[in-house]
Ligand binder design. Structure first.
Ligand code: DX5
Ligand code: ZN
Length: 216
């Protein structure tokens, strides 16, 4: 599978959101990455349903919704109704992860599970066959523009190895500090979906930068 690029609208200009959405529509990007933060699971609040719905209205590509919230089961249907195409929940936020994953699928969305930098990949063993995607966080979630954690390469390779038998079509997504310098090495380790926030939106020529990430 050719790898996918998912720009994070967390780094967009919210006063010019439609402009930034159109830029992504007209670029080689594959998905919109939508970061939901509740000020509880992570120490920051991002945005909620009105922004997701407004994004959906203009987005010509799937919405990849990343829930950094406690007890995400409460809101799965609302995010599906708001236009999520895939929903990612955190391993650390879901005591009944298998039930949560089934609920996401029943809503007609792709189901994904994220692990924080200090959460071992081995904990995915009994869920990896049931999900469409694993998200390996390469920063501690909560903020854009943080420094990439080098140990992520090892974790991606571990997930890739686990998926070989259990789920060969698994999307392996990496999120946090991804840029033009580390994407090729992340791809070599086994990642196939790349979230990028700051790197995309601070680029002088954003569509050209996205195209360069597609070439990595
Ligand atoms: C971090 C978010 C990321 C963030 C990535 O908590 O999950 O998706 O937007 O931003 P950059 O690419 O700037 O690290
Ligand atoms: Zn994210």
């Amino acid at each position: 599978m050719n790898h996918l690029i998912a720009p994070s609208i967390l780094a967009a200009d919210f006063a010019n959101l439609q402009r930034d959405i159109e830029m992504i529509n007209n670029s080689q990007a594959d998905w919109f990455h939508v970061d939901i933060m509740d000020g509880m699971f992570v120490p920051n609040i991002s945005f909620g349903f009105p922004v997701v719905k407004a994004t959906k209205k203009h987005a010509a590509k799937p919405l990849d919704v990343h829930l950094m919230i406690v007890d995400p089961d409460r809101y799965l249907k609302d995010f599906a109704d708001a236009g999520a195409d895939s929903i990612t929940v955190h391993y650390e936020a879901c005591p009944h992860l298998h039930r949560t994953v089934q609920a996401i699928k029943q809503l007609g969305c792709k189901a994904a599970v994220a692990i924080n930098p200090a959460t071992p990949t081995a904990l995915l063993k009994d869920i990896i066959a049931d999900v469409d995607m694993v998200l390996v966080m390469s920063v501690n979630p909560g903020f854009g523009g943080q420094k990439f954690i080098e140990h992520t390469y090892t974790k991606i390779a571990e997930v890739k190895a686990m998926s070989a038998n259990a789920n060969p079509n698994l999307y392996i997504e990496v999120d946090g500090g991804v840029d033009g310098h580390n994407i090729a090495k992340l791809k070599a380790a086994g990642a196939n979906v790349f979230v990028a926030g700051n790197a995309v939106f601070t680029a002088a020529d954003q569509p050209a930068f996205i195209a360069s990430l597609k070439q990595a």
